[in-house]
Design a protein around this ligand. Structure first.
Ligand code: PMP
Length: 424
């Protein structure tokens, strides 16, 4: 079949994310991905400056992860996880427990980030019900937050963000103002006032607070002060409210620390991880908690955590996860992220003077240009192909989250392309 025929079938039948099916936006035909590059059917190679939605941190198709997937597929693609266990799940759990702060050691595998968030919310509610706190059936979250696209996860994301359309169907939660004090700026207690008041006034109805620690990604591309998390921990403890950190975007090095919680030195009761967990190869996420929370959840009437998806802990995904964890230990990812951070700061900061640029911010391997207004999708598409750099701006943000293995020369190409998109 000719390339044009395949593309025509795609336009007729295949619905792409956040896209119109009636008049589909332009998409490129990807045929291979290796290291920092995605190869297209016409032979063009694009530098993947967004690590394919922030996942392929060690580059695309790392040979060690591909080999683990192949070996596992030959032995056993899948087996149900109720009544069975398997080595890939056990090995991945062991690797996670080793690198997580002590105490976070009970792991529930989930299919995707959004599902891990739903599991965290269910766990928190089951915990409160088991303690007789049956009124605590709401959560609190932050404006500007993003926790996923399923109904439960949308309900916890910014109420004025991309999910506003679904307001009518979503369960109602409580939202505090977005933290305004930047990472690295001087802390002021006033920044916590909205959350403090919320918990004081509604605390008895709240099972847990969920936040993305330090970096609000999908809705705000914003880095806030870690002191906020210390205050939040104290306020939650004072009221018997659980604290959930959603590290699906930040986990495994993206902000320069293995987990963003390390910037604050604060432990949550429940942690969600995903994305880099399998090195960007297969969908897998996890909801991780403490012995205390797990014991309490299981002491309730149900005697168990009531969740169990068909493909839970899929052996191929877990094998990819185990290989990805080993790969992370095999090179100086932290040195690489710090180098990328330095380069992004040096190269993006000068764009602050461009008329289209409202703000420039960098933390770890994340660089953001906040614009007054984004160029059109057609302009973006044309620029991507002219520069050979794959960027996917959204809302007001032109950003990069490159693989940690991106070279200095490639970072220069990425920041140059970002500058072009900002009208520079
Ligand atoms: N939480 C956060 C913080 C995320 O960044 C994302 C994905 N961007 C999700 C949850 C949802 O993950 P998934 O797309 O795998 O469902």
């Amino acid at each position: 079949m000719l390339l044009a025929e395949k593309q025509s079938l795609d336009r007729q039948h295949v619905w792409h994310p956040y896209a119109s099916m009636a008049s589909p936006p332009p998409v490129s035909m990807a045929v291979a991905a290796q290291g920092t590059k995605i190869r297209l059917a016409d032979g063009t190679e694009l530098i993947d400056a967004v690590s394919s939605w922030w996942c392929a941190a060690h580059g695309h198709n790392p040979p060690a992860i591909v080999a683990a997937i192949q070996a596992q597929a030959e032995r056993m693609c899948h087996v149900m996880f109720a009544g069975f266990t398997h080595e890939p799940a056990i090995e991945l759990a062991e690797a996670l427990v080793k690198q997580l702060p002590a105490g976070l050691n009970k792991i529930f595998f989930a299919d995707s980030g959004s599902i891990a968030v739903e599991c965290a919310a269910k766990m928190a509610v089951q915990y409160q019900v088991a303690r007789g706190q049956t009124k605590r059936c709401h959560l609190a979250a932050l404006k500007g937050g993003y926790h996923g696209d399923t109904l439960g996860a949308m309900a916890l994301s910014d109420p004025n963000g991309m999910h506003t359309l679904f307001k009518g169907i979503l369960p109602q939660h409580f939202f505090a103002e977005q933290p305004k004090i930047r990472f690295g700026a001087r802390w002021d207690d006033a920044d916590f006032e909205s959350m403090r008041l919320l918990l004081e006034q509604q605390g008895e109805k709240i099972a847990a607070v969920i936040v993305e620690p330090v970096f609000q990604g999908g809705n705000a591309m914003w880095f806030y002060h870690p002191e906020y998390l210390k205050k939040l921990r104290k306020a939650c403890d004072a009221q018997g409210i659980l604290l959930i950190f959603d590290e699906i975007a930040t986990g495994f090095g993206r902000t320069g620390k293995r987990f963003a919680l390390e910037h604050a030195g604060v432990l949550p009761d429940i942690l969600t991880v995903g994305k880099i967990l399998t090195g960007g190869c297969v969908s897998l996420a996890a909801t991780i908690t403490t012995k205390h929370v797990a014991d309490t959840v299981c002491s309730g009437e149900a005697g168990a955590f009531m969740h169990g998806p068909t493909y839970m802990a899929n052996p191929i995904a877990c094998a990819a996860g185990g290989a990805s964890m080993r790969l992370m230990e095999s090179y100086d990812w932290q040195g690489a992220v710090l180098r990328i951070e330095r380069e992004l700061k040096e190269q993006l900061e000068p764009y602050r003077s461009l008329p289209a640029v409202k703000d420039v911010r960098v933390l770890g391997a994340i660089g953001v240009l906040e614009l007054h207004k984004l160029p059109s999708p057609e302009q973006v598409h044309a620029l991507v192909h002219a520069t050979g750099v794959w960027l996917r701006p959204f809302d007001r943000f032109v950003y990069t989250m490159p693989p940690f293995i991106t070279s200095s020369e490639e970072i220069s190409r990425i920041t140059m392309a970002m500058g072009h998109l900002a009208g520079g």
